[in-house]
Design a protein around this ligand. Structure first.
Ligand code: 15L
Length: 272
């Protein structure tokens, strides 16, 4: 049987770098696209390194050719100017989806963020957690761009019968420690991240889905029901780091009230 070829955009970014070693497996080739320089293939590592931008139609058409699935992580991952956010995150995702559609890629996974709903209240989460399809309440231009790509994904799934799974990622880092106490709520461990991407790649005929990307943290405020319906099972819990964060100041004010934390008060349109 031919290898499964998975195109990952933004593969040199934080999440992409964490996923590269975790998503490799026999019978799979990872095609890694980024503007930034990437580590060359290790001995025996089935990767194709592509340098290109998600805003470049020709580069995206070439990158999508022959791919079976797409994981779109590319784009600005924090607040930026409106122009840059529009160009790279929203127009870039449109370019990526168009290229995927034209190339006949049927399975697309889009990286959204908790900041699409950053102004939802932690206190409204309830026992099950905030539903994954809570309507957008963005906290930044960045959050607006994530809400927009969720809509684009829905549109492409409905119009073109593509399977599009959008993941509202909490905070995917090696550990929650750099994030401070909020990380005990929002952390998606890299291993859980890989488990979730695998579930998204393998779920039979999911159509359009919106799920949270978070570990089964004791303090989580996001529902896992929707991701679990795809076959995801979290095996990690940020609480094991709680002692190491005990003397760090807890968020206050809006950063404590809303799920977007410090993004809710970050100056709009300013790179930070
Ligand atoms: C995000 O969407 C960012 O890309 C990431 O850098 C983190 O800041 C994360 O949200 C978060 O909320 O911690």
């Amino acid at each position: 049987m031919a290898d499964q070829r998975v195109l990952i955009t933004g593969s040199a970014g934080i999440v992409g770098t964490l996923m590269r070693p975790r998503l490799r497996k026999p019978g799979r080739v990872l095609r890694l696209l980024d503007l930034a320089e990437q580590a060359p293939a290790e001995a025996g590592e089935a990767v194709e390194i592509v340098t290109g931008s998600v805003t470049d139609r020709e580069a995206m058409a070439a990158a999508c050719a022959g791919a079976d699935a797409l994981i779109h992580l590319g784009g600005h991952s924090r607040e930026n100017t409106w122009e840059a956010t529009l160009d790279v995150n929203i127009n870039g995702t449109h370019t990526v989806l168009e290229a995927a559609r034209e190339a006949g890629i049927k399975r697309v996974i889009l990286a959204s963020s908790n900041h699409a709903v950053g102004f939802r209240r932690n206190a409204d989460a309830g026992a099950a957690g905030l539903p994954a399809d809570s309507s957008p309440r963005p906290d930044t231009y960045y959050g607006v761009s994530k809400a927009a790509i969720e809509s684009l994904g829905s549109l492409y799934a409905s119009r073109f019968a593509m399977d599009v799974i959008v993941i509202r990622i909490g905070s995917c880092f090696e550990t929650p420690l750099p994030l401070g106490p909020r990380g005990l709520t929002t952390w998606l461990s890299p291993d859980d991240g890989a488990r979730l991407f695998e579930a998204c790649l393998n779920a039979p005929s999911p159509g359009y889905r919106l799920v949270w990307g978070v570990s089964d943290n004791t303090r989580r405020v996001y529902s896992l029901t929707e991701a679990e319906a795809l076959g995801y099972k979290s095996l990690d819990n940020a609480e094991v780091y709680a002692d190491q964060l005990a003397d760090k100041p807890a968020p206050t004010g809006a950063a404590a009230e809303f799920v977007g934390g410090p993004f809710c008060t970050a100056p709009l349109g300013q790179f930070n």
